[in-house]
Ligand binder design. Sequence first.
Ligand SMILES: [Zn+2]
Ligand SMILES: [Zn+2]
Length: 288
Amino acid sequence: MLDYHLHLWPHGRRATQATVEELAAYCERAAAAGVTELALTEHLFRFDQADAALGGWWEDEADERLRAEMARYWHDHVSADLDAYVETCLAAKAAGLPVVMGMEVDYYPGRMDKVVALLTGYPFDVLLGSVHWLGTWMFDDLGSAVAMGEWDRRRVEDVWDAYTRALEELAGSASVDVLAHPDLCKVTCRRPAVPDEWYDRMAEAAAAAGLAAEVSSAGWRKPVDEAYPAPPLLARFRARGVPITTASDAHGLADVAARSSDLRAMVRAAGYTELRAFDGRVPRAVAI
Ligand SMILES: [Zn+2]
Ligand SMILES: [Zn+2]
């Protein structure tokens, strides 16, 4: 089993100096849960270098409240040095820990060339692609009254459509290897009565771009109380031959390898017989 989505730091402007010892503790906890390989995947937007390349991307948003909320969130999270992060990940690998170096990369419409340019110089093993915001609306920021209030102003079908379109564009940008939490748009529990057309498009986006899809236990810690992806979407990934990773999306030691045995049962039930890992962004099969 894999835990291919791990953050080194909690959300917000807090300590962002991870040590090899902390990563060793991640590995130890994972091994106890039967997880043999981990991917370190901090958010791109935590790094000063991302701020330099992308900061202010929200400024053409027409809605002043959403624009201000995104600016606040962004500035509350930028606090780390990308070179120090890479150094720590490489030191963990050199120490023999079963980790690969990755990153969770958000979708920035019209700016993915800047993202690629920023990341190209580093020896990443795997890049996760995520859609966490639509325009500047942080639809999954459960702690934001502005973000949650926005759900009441939009039709759920329109939200799912915008999310899926962003996922399709992200997949088509050829900048990442794995679609993280692929049906994150269900996070607050609001979903269309018949979500099939969006599930079809999400699965097709991954298949057409040759990407893997992440199967994540994080959804069980959210109001939706369901793993990402929903079983009908996982079945569609399987039917289209889309490979998968498994992941916890932990933001600290307590959730590392969370519910990995439930994920194992889920992917086996869907018919999967192996998982996908990466070295230097080259895929490799591993046992479930
Ligand atoms: Zn995410
Ligand atoms: Zn994450």
